[in-house]
Every structure is written in structure tokens, then in C-alpha cells.
Ligand binder design. Structure first.
Ligand code: ATP
Length: 293
């Protein structure tokens, strides 16, 4: 069984649907309310565990009711939570989502995710040392991403850095990461609007740009290639990127070729968009394999 360590955020998503979006100072009646566990770190950990990896999550929750639910959800999905600590006096991370008038508005409160410091990661070094691949995203402090990139380089661990949400990265971190997986928007921010073909050529088999239903673009050392995703009826694309990253990491750790990894990851992510919710649609291994027959 391959081993992954995910350093990242976890949160509770509070989702309201409403026909009308309230203006400043206005109160409206909504239609429904649900709470679902989310956060890019937790989503990627859950997705990888469902695909059969042994996953250790390194993160923080608040010492509140949401923290208990987040932990329970990780455990239920088979994720090792030994390195997920409740932070005394802090709220868990939350995402306040209004679905209205065909669009969403979201306020993210980082809460306990801000306590995922370099010191905190250092205490979980054992999980990183044991991992075949380490995964990280950008809903945690920037200095932690920098520390982790350096640590992985030192320990000769491959780091899959999913630069989401978009934030600039130092040249050092870009060099230290083994894989970078921005979507098109994140790519623009990361590389200051530079020419895509040129940047891809500089990062062969390392920079994988996800392009939604079109699939993934990368440079294989000889030519620029696009591995198309699978045609599905998309219901909710939330968490597609998280499923893609988890599946890609699992496949790379299993020693598959990049083409096989991308087909596997596209298949997993395309299944995830056919169901509601970020984690709701994340497939188990057998579903992905059936989809590849
Ligand atoms: P999100 O933020 O919605 O989780 P993202 O913006 O990080 O996603 P995308 O590039 O939109 O990332 O999607 C990631 C991967 O998910 C794609 O490379 C593709 O494999 C798959 N995917 C996304 N949307 C679709 C779709 N409509 N049909 C099939 N596959 C899809």
C-alpha cells in the first residue's frame, strides 16, 4: 500500500441556498442549509484514502463542535488523524457559502488552519519521512509551504504542490516542488501571465495545468501534450481539482507512467463532478477502474 502525507486545511462548509442574495443591511429568507466537511487538504486526503492509499493528514481543527465532525469524517474515510490537533481557543476553519441567482458567494474564515505553522509540521516529520509522496495546497500559511518544500527537498521526498487558491510562489519553492498542478487561473498568477508554452517547456513532467473538462496540459520533454478528460454529465464541479490531485499522487506513487497517471486522475475527477458536493462525488478505487475498462 502506498503512503501519502497531506499537509493542509480542513473546514466545515456552511451552505445556504436562497432565491435572492441579500444586499448590505438586508435580510432575506433562504430555502435550505447544509453543513459538509471540506477544505482542500481534507478533501485531498479523503479522495486519496478512497483510492486505496494510506494517508496521514497533517492539519489543525478548532476545539469546537465542527472540529469533532471534521475529525470524525476523516476517520470514517480511513485517513490517519494522529497529526490533526484541536487548537485550544480557536474555531475550526469555515467556508460560508451562499448559492443564489445561479452563482456562489463564499467567505472563508481560516480559523485553526492558521495554526499549521512550520513548527507544527516539524512535529509531524515522521509522517513525511514515511510518505511516498507529500501533498500540500495554499489554504495554510505561506511560510509553512516554504518550510515544507525545503524539508521535502532535504528528505528527498516528492512534493505535489497544488497552488490553490492562487498565490504567488518563490522561485525556490517552484524549483523544490516535484509537481505543480495549477488550474488555468492559478497558472496566470503563478507565472505572471508569461507565455504558457515557454513556461511549460521549462518544467517538463512537472507542471501539469488542469483545464476543467478539457483535461490536463503538460510538456513531456519532447512536446506539449493535452490529455483529455472524460465526457460526463457534470452536476457539481466542486472538488474536481482535489480529486484530480489525490488520484494523480496515488498513481505517481504507484509508479505509473505520466500518461497513465493523468488518465487515472482525469477519470477519478470526471466521476467526482457527476455528484453533488466536494467529497460527495469522490470515487473509490473500483469505480475508477471500472471507468477505465
Ligand atoms: P475545482 O476548483 O472546481 O475543484 P479546479 O479549478 O482546481 O477545480 P479544473 O481544472 O476545473 O480544476 O478540474 C480539474 C480536473 O477535473 C480536470 O483536469 C478534469 O480532469 C476534471 N474535470 C473538471 N471538470 C470536468 C468536467 N466538466 N468533465 C470532466 N472532467 C472534469
Amino acid at each position: 500500500m502506498i503512503k501519502l502525507a497531506v499537509v493542509g486545511s480542513s473546514s466545515m462548509d456552511l451552505v445556504v441556498t436562497s432565491a435572492k442574495r441579500p444586499k448590505a443591511g438586508e435580510t432575506v429568507l433562504g430555502e435550505s442549509f447544509i453543513t459538509v466537511p471540506g477544505g482542500k487538504g481534507a478533501n485531498q486526503a479523503v479522495a486519496a484514502a478512497r483510492l486505496g492509499a494510506e494517508v496521514s493528514m497533517i492539519g489543525c481543527v478548532g476545539d469546537d463542535f465542527y472540529g469533532e465532525i471534521i475529525l470524525e469524517n476523516l476517520k470514517k474515510n480511513g485517513v490517519n488523524t494522529e497529526y490533526v490537533e484541536p487548537v485550544t481557543g480557536s474555531a475550526s476553519g469555515t467556508a460560508h457559502i451562499i448559492l443564489s441567482e445561479g452563482d456562489n458567494s463564499i467567505i472563508v474564515v481560516k480559523g485553526a488552519n492558521d495554526f499549521i505553522t512550520p513548527d507544527y509540521v516539524q512535529k509531524a516529520q515522521k509522517a513525511i519521512e514515511e510518505a511516498d509522496i507529500v501533498m500540500v495546497q495554499q489554504e495554510i500559511p505561506e511560510e509553512t509551504v516554504e518550510y515544507l518544500a525545503e524539508l521535502c527537498k532535504k528528505l528527498q521526498k516528492r512534493l505535489l504542490l497544488n497552488p490553490a487558491p492562487a498565490r504567488k510562489l518563490s522561485e525556490d519553492v517552484i524549483q523544490q516542488a516535484a509537481f505543480l498542478t495549477p488550474n488555468e487561473h492559478e497558472f496566470e498568477i503563478l507565472f505572471n501571465g508569461r507565455d504558457r508554452a515557454e513556461v511549460l517547456t521549462e518544467h517538463p513532467n512537472k507542471l501539469f495545468i488542469t483545464e476543467g473538462k478539457n483535461g490536463v496540459r503538460y510538456f513531456d520533454g519532447h512536446e506539449e501534450r493535452v490529455v483529455p478528460s472524460f465526457v460526463v454529465e457534470a452536476v457539481d464541479t466542486t472538488g474536481a481539482g482535489d480529486t484530480f490531485n489525490a488520484a494523480f499522487a496515488v498513481a505517481v506513487a504507484e509508479g505509473k507512467s505520466y500518461d497513465e497517471c493523468l488518465i487515472f486522475a482525469n477519470r477519478a475527477a470526471s466521476i467526482s463532478v457527476t455528484k453533488l458536493g466536494a467529497q460527495g462525488g469522490m470515487p473509490v478505487r473500483a469505480e475508477v477502474e471500472r471507468g477505465l475498462e
